[in-house]
Design a protein around this ligand. Sequence first.
Ligand code: ARE
Ligand code: CA
Length: 467
Amino acid sequence: MRSVSFLASLSLLSMPLVGCTAEQVEQPFDEQVGLQLFMWPWESVAKECEFIGDSGIDWVLVSPPQEHITGSAWWTVYQPVSYQLESRLGNREQFENMTKTCADHGVDVIVDAVINHMTAQYSGVGSGGTSFEKFSYPGLYSMDDFHNCQLTYDNSIQNYASAEEVQTCELLGLSDLNTSLPNVQETILGYLNDLISLGAKGFRIDAAKHIAPEDLQPIISKLPEGTVVMLEVIRGAGEPIQPEQYLELGYVWEFDYARNMKSFFVDQVIGYVDSEARYISHAPSERALSFVSNHDTERNGQAINFGDPRYFEIATAMMLAEEYGRPMLLSSYAFIEYDAGPAEVDSKVSPIDCSQVTGPKETYEDKEWICQHRWASTIRMVQFRDKVQGAATTNIYQNETVYGFAREGKGYFITNVSLDQSFDVEVDTSLPDGEYTNLFDDQVYQIQNGKLQVSLPALGAIALVVN
Ligand code: ARE
Ligand code: CA
């Protein structure tokens, strides 16, 4: 099944927001692996979609496509100037060509929709030539269309413990749209529908935490049937706004998944061993997107990033092997400075060529494209995930820095996250006896009486699957 029919039931969306649990929401699609192509230009995405589709990856998340403020920092694309598709990543025609080409290869394009705010600049000219002021965007919004929260000295969010502040003040000083207004909702819907008319299959709602669910509901409920919605509501301890409040609107990224994955490698202890307890603080699996890192967490220290390529490789494999959520891979570029954008010529991101990449390198140059999604073990694990679909997590093994588990009768994954110690293990794999090839390195292992006996080196990993 290639076409995503998420939130297919519109009646679902007319249900009251209060008193409805996630269980009531239909789950029309099976395992689907996504890939965030951070700051990839449309032409490069289009070229890469053949490989992506052939690999069994089902959807890609692309960076925001709308006109944006100018500058070399990557985050200019998160400051919309208009909803024209004129950006450093490409134009309207290139965007449409990308969605078509990707669809031809069975890959859905999910678009990062920046709809909470516009810019933080006093005034300027955008990437498509539009002149704007912080509270005035010709043909779209004027002063009255923005919140003016007056809750903080500069109108920007200071205190995440105040829900009102989080949703009506300015995130990072970005002019905050008054998303409760019908005309603002209408304008946003117009933008999203335009993207759908160009072949977008769904959206990541950027900064969804900063838009009240009741403001999003009237927008999302009017999207065509089958539109996929993913919401960025970062889980923050003790905050009044939590991902759970958005589950009826779509999927949420479970940030604790990425954080826990990092702590497994850094602290070398797996938080909860039991398969249920492991996800205890997480959004329900059927509503969650799991990820090792995204473009924010690879920069802010909360997750594993390209600086530890072997961690990234093993963690990605482990995510694909685990039952929880729907995984999203990340493919991005190396950086030294937080702000640094990718290589550009004439304010357009230069084409990306991943065709020579088959695995992680030890280190990366500044601005080098890492092409994580081309790593052989990752692609094989995408196929592992397909093959173990529906199989329960069993035979959990944990000792010192070694953690392993089976997807009952179908696949087995084990890793040792120690940096310097190897461990001899004998584990019950639940797999039929026979010869298996490790998806990481082609080494062949024997399973006898369901058991695997092996010396697992430092940062070793084994993934076996029944073909
Ligand atoms: C840039 C500069 C800022 C400057 C601003 C305006 O870095 O210093 O004030 O411009 O001039 C991205 C970049 C930002 C960038 C912004 C605008 O990450 O650096 O600012 O674009 O160009 C909160 C939100 C969450 C948000 C994160 C960043 O809840 O939604 O902050 N994430 C999304 C995107 C970002 C993007 C934006 C939103 C804005 O993924 O890439 O910003 O469109 C706790 C809370 C979280 C909070 C987090 C960080 O964990 O629980 O909710 O996340 O702290 O504050
Ligand atoms: Ca807001």
